[in-house]
Design a protein. Structure first.
Length: 297
């Protein structure tokens, strides 16, 4: 079983301060951390930690951040041989300010914008060797659509995590195997006219809506709503919970698990990730997830 992520690779530059600055104000920060991130890279790390063979497809700049991020992926067990290092373009950066009650985030896509059709054509042969591909919305939209088209044409399963939220064309919605928005993203994708239950019933065994501390929901082909309640977690940091859920769900689907089993494992993995600091730092191994599932059965 071989899995792939086509997506973003970012360095998160996180400053902690008493509060976020007001307009035009200069504030003294407390600490500065460089933390590997990007939804694509985070999800690939989640999959590798769960023991999957995962290839990361994406781009970084020819700078120090790019080198560090590729090394970080390798150390996590992700295959990086097809990541393109783009000359003269900065690696994707997220500038994050964390105040006591608030945060601000500015993302500079940088090399993530170079994940274009031409790049995808250059890695097509390797991509087609994968059983499943996981995508997010931090690379150009036309690339996401192109990957969905060429992979589904060949019968390769595609999981699309539409984060950050932006509309998805109906034909892309029809083609993807699974679509995994959180509640906020689902509202932007589908509007607020339908209830969550109605929406799930419209897209049985396709739409998976994550609901934070409430858990995750989907619908069976029979029309029965499937609600997987969240495990009670001692939450330290929810950053990366969605990425863990997506990575874990994709790995389980690739193994041929049914939607309910896949969601149960992914839901446990995601809740465990909230109990440690950092997105990638908190992601559990398969052993940790299985142990926890046995404990609360
Ligand atoms: N407080 C929590 N307690 C237990 N599990 C949680 C909690 N928050 C999130 N989770 C788990 O993480 C999954 C994803 O959370 P959520 O729906 O908030 O996605 P998200 O907004 O993409 O997450 P994030 O952006 O914080 O990574 C949930 O479906 C659940 O399994």
């Amino acid at each position: 079983m071989k899995t792939a992520v086509v997506g973003s690779i970012n360095m998160d530059m996180t400053v902690t301060a008493e509060r976020i600055p007001l307009k035009g104000e200069t504030l003294k920060g407390d600490e500065l951390h460089y933390i590997p991130g990007g939804k694509g890279a985070n999800q690939a790390v989640a999959m590798a930690k769960l023991g999957a063979e995962v290839e990361m497809f994406g781009c970084v700049g020819d700078d120090e951040a790019g080198q560090k991020l590729v090394k970080n992926l390798q150390e996590a067990g992700v295959s990086t041989g097809h990541i393109r290092i783009v000359k003269g373009v900065p690696t994707g950066i997220a500038l994050i300010t964390v105040g006591e009650n608030d945060n601000t985030i500015i993302v500079v896509a940088g090399a993530n914008n170079c994940v274009d059709k031409e790049y995808v054509d250059s890695i097509k042969e390797e991509l087609f060797q994968c059983d499943i591909v996981l995508l997010q919305h931090e690379i150009p939209q036309e690339t996401v659509e192109y990957v969905v088209d060429i992979c589904t044409e060949r019968g390769i399963k595609v999981v699309l995590n539409p984060a950050p939220a932006r509309p998805v064309k109906q034909e892309i919605l029809e083609k993807v195997t699974y679509l995994t928005p959180n509640e906020h993203e689902a509202a932007i994708l589908f509007g607020n006219d339908c209830s969550t239950e109605e929406l799930l019933k419209k897209y049985p065994e396709k739409l998976v809506i994550t609901q934070g501390s409430k858990g995750v929901a989907a619908c069976r082909k029979t029309g029965e709503i499937l609600l997987v309640p969240a495990r009670k977690a001692d939450v330290v940091d929810t950053t990366g919970a969605g990425d863990t859920l997506n990575g874990a769900f994709t790995v389980e689907v690739a193994k041929g698990r049914d939607i309910e089993s896949a969601l149960k494992l992914a839901n446990t993995a995601a809740s465990l990730s909230t109990e440690k600091f950092g997105a990638q730092g908190g992601m559990p191994t398969l052993e940790e997830v299985i142990k926890e599932m046995k404990a609360y059965k």
